[in-house]
Design a protein around this ligand. Structure first.
Ligand code: SAH
Ligand code: SF4
Length: 340
């Protein structure tokens, strides 16, 4: 607004149109002077992300597939009334959003990495997932988890800019404690995040407690091994009030042995971290599967022996390909098949 020779309060008016009233045209911003509206319209666009598919129903997990301006596909998942996995109350709507098109980290069990990495999402593409899903659902979202496609900490600047807009009173006004970022373990960026004043929650996708197991399924572990990651986490918790969460997908015969549970228990104790155990969601084309229910319970019991606060997820959305990147992959494959 300064650049346009406008008084500073115009910025507040504009933010209100964009984030509270959610105007879809510049012309609709009726308390801005007409010449300013015309200038904004000629220099900026108000892109709307196109929702190409919605899976699921009103009262269960709903998955939204978006097509971006350049044709890229990304997805967001709306999870109503999820149990208190990340410390929030249970009567809340949670949205799981993406930060990149594809993912460069290539975890062996994950659909998002299967097609490689295309690009980072822009700040507005991150924020717009929340706005468009609220619009489509006709409801407010209370919690945000950055657990969709992509590695959030590999797109740190756009992520932080988006979180500031989502968190700001002039933006979407969602409290920092209702925002959870999940990372596959980029140790230097975890340290950077620790130095940010934001009180967001952090979840670490551990999925293996020893280097041998973790390196087998997460190539990132060869760059930042378990001890490098845990010491970045030590630094994080020394700077923040919140407890960390370790996410641990249970994959049969890969990371579900008793020894891994004991080691995970010790890591969690060291950091006073919570553990979320997530039975693996099968991905088409991948050989992995979840352990039996009794193996899952046994793994949980070992964590409890270590006095770790741990939950075993009865996750929602299994039936609608809700795990990370799966809907996009299905749609891309169908489109490729149709295109011959
Ligand atoms: N890149 C970040 C955030 C996106 S992935 C990260 O890895 O943390 C969000 C979570 O979904 C991660 O914990 C990831 O390991 C998990 N995930 C990926 N594929 C899955 C699958 N098939 N079943 C269950 N969880 C999966
Ligand atoms: Fe990327 Fe996360 Fe999937 Fe690993 S689990 S490939 S880091 S999106």
């Amino acid at each position: 607004m300064q650049h346009f020779g406008q008084p500073a309060y115009r910025a507040a008016q504009l933010a209100e149109w964009l984030y509270q009233k959610r105007a879809q045209t510049w012309q609709g911003m009726t308390d801005l002077p007409r010449p300013l509206r015309e200038r904004l319209a000629s220099e900026f666009s108000l892109p709307k992300m196109e929702i190409v598919r919605v899976l699921g129903s009103q009262d269960t997990t709903r998955k939204f597939l978006f097509r971006l301006g350049d044709g890229s596909l990304i997805e967001s998942v709306l999870i109503p009334a999820s149990p208190a996995l990340y410390g929030e109350k249970s009567d809340r709507q949670t949205i799981c959003i993406s930060t990149q098109v594809g993912c460069a980290y290539g975890c062996k069990f994950c659909a998002s990495g299967l097609d490689g990495f295309s690009r980072n999402l822009t700040t507005n593409e991150i924020v717009d997932q929340v706005i468009e899903v609220e619009r489509a659902a006709g409801d407010r979202i209370d919690n945000i988890v950055f657990m969709g496609m992509g590695e959030p900490l590999a797109n740190l600047n756009n992520l932080l800019a988006a979180i500031r807009i989502i968190n700001a009173p002039w933006g979407l006004g969602i409290g920092a404690r209702h925002i959870t970022v999940s990372t596959s373990g980029l140790a230097p960026q975890i340290r950077k995040l620790a130095d940010e004043p934001l009180q967001i929650r952090l979840a670490i996708s551990l999925h293996g407690a020893s280097d041998a197991v973790r390196s087998r399924i997460m190539p990132v572990n060869r760059r930042y091994n378990v001890e490098t990651l845990l010491s970045a986490c030590d630094y994080y918790v020394s700077r923040k009030k919140q407890r960390l969460t370790f996410e641990y997908i249970l994959i049969a015969g890969v990371n579900d042995a008793d020894e891994e549970a004991h080691l995970l228990g010790r890591h969690a104790r060291r950091l006073s971290a919570k553990v979320n155990l997530i039975p693996y969601n099968t991905v088409e084309g991948l050989e992995w599967s979840r352990p039996s229910r009794s193996r899952q319970e046994q793994f949980l019991a070992i964590l409890k022996e270590h006095n770790v606060s741990a939950t075993l997820r009865r996750e929602k959305g299994h039936d609608i390909a809700a795990a990370c990147g799966q809907l996009r992959l299905q749609t891309k494959r169908t489109e490729e098949t149709l295109a011959g």
